[in-house]
Design a protein around this ligand. Structure first.
Ligand code: ZN
Length: 281
């Protein structure tokens, strides 16, 4: 009965031939290294249920967590970057853009949408780290500026979810101009007395920290998020001193007065709804 008796002994499957669980089904928590199943991650809003580590997610996930019934209307969805400097590094900037758009299904490192949180209108602009490190170029700046215009026009509060490595090198000075542009727009938003909540997630650095991310009426962050301007090595070399423990974590930044609250992602929607209600009254 060959079909249930093992005839050939010592069958060895090489590593390459072994079938693995499809990508994205299982993930290892970067902090506690325990395996996390995809459905568990979704259920727990992409927070490790063993150690509370907040996994890095993008606009699609944030929208699904925050907007009521995942219903929203995307604003300015078709904005794409030009190549004002004909920039080439290891590859042409235009090629890099096309490739990244194809790989991520995103047009640039930010998406904006209008919808409701607990029945209250809100505009959310959310950055995507998958798209060239969440770098801030002209599309990111322009989309934020137009979203703020939309907020002013319709008197709808604005929530910015930052996640960025800083300015986009390939657009050089055009990237830096976005800092001034978005800051000026936020001043208009403030004049119009429309609330602005800034949510800083892991990581928020460089020109983003130095402009819109820190200008909220309320600045909140997710636990453990890296928040800073320059990298620790550069700072260490400049001040010629060792940096304190936990430097540039959300907790450290809050202790030093730059953040109002640190909010667990699983409580984020309820907290935001409470803030919106409070600011309306
Ligand atoms: Zn964990």
């Amino acid at each position: 009965m060959a079909w249930f008796k093992r005839e050939t002994q010592g069958i060895i499957t090489t590593t390459e031939e072994k079938k693995e669980a499809p990508d994205g089904i299982w993930n290892k928590c970067p902090q506690c290294k325990k395996p996390l199943h995809y459905s568990e991650q979704v259920e727990n809003q992409y927070v490790c249920h063993y150690c509370g580590f907040h996994l890095r997610i993008g606009s699609k996930e944030y929208f699904s967590i925050l907007f009521d019934n995942n219903e929203f209307t995307e604003l300015y969805p078709n904005m794409v970057s030009g190549d004002p400097l004909n920039f080439v590094d290891t590859k042409k900037y235009t090629d890099r853009l096309t490739e990244t758009q194809f790989k991520t299904g995103l047009k640039d490192a930010i998406r904006a949408a209008v919808g409701k949180i607990d029945g209250q209108d809100i505009v959310i602009a959310c950055m995507d780290f998958n798209f060239i490190g969440g770098s801030m170029g002209s599309v990111v700046g322009e989309k934020i500026a137009r979203s703020i215009d939309y907020s002013i026009e319709h008197k709808v509060p604005f929530l910015m979810i930052s996640k960025s490595g800083g300015a986009r090198m390939m657009e050089a000075a055009f990237s830096l101009m976005q800092m001034a542009k978005t800051s000026a727009k936020l001043a208009l938003l403030s004049e119009a007395k429309v609330p602005y909540i800034s949510l800083l997630t892991d990581p928020t650095t460089g020109g983003v920290t130095a402009s819109y991310a820190m200008l909220g009426d309320i600045n909140i962050a997710e636990p453990g998020a890296l928040i800073g301007f320059a990298g620790p090595r550069v700072i260490k070399e400049t001040i010629k001193k060792d940096l304190p423990k936990g430097f540039q974590t959300a907790e450290f930044v809050q202790e030093h007065g730059f953040l109002d609250f640190i909010v667990d992602r699983r409580e984020m929607k309820a907290e935001l709804a409470a803030f919106l209600k409070m600011m309306k009254n």
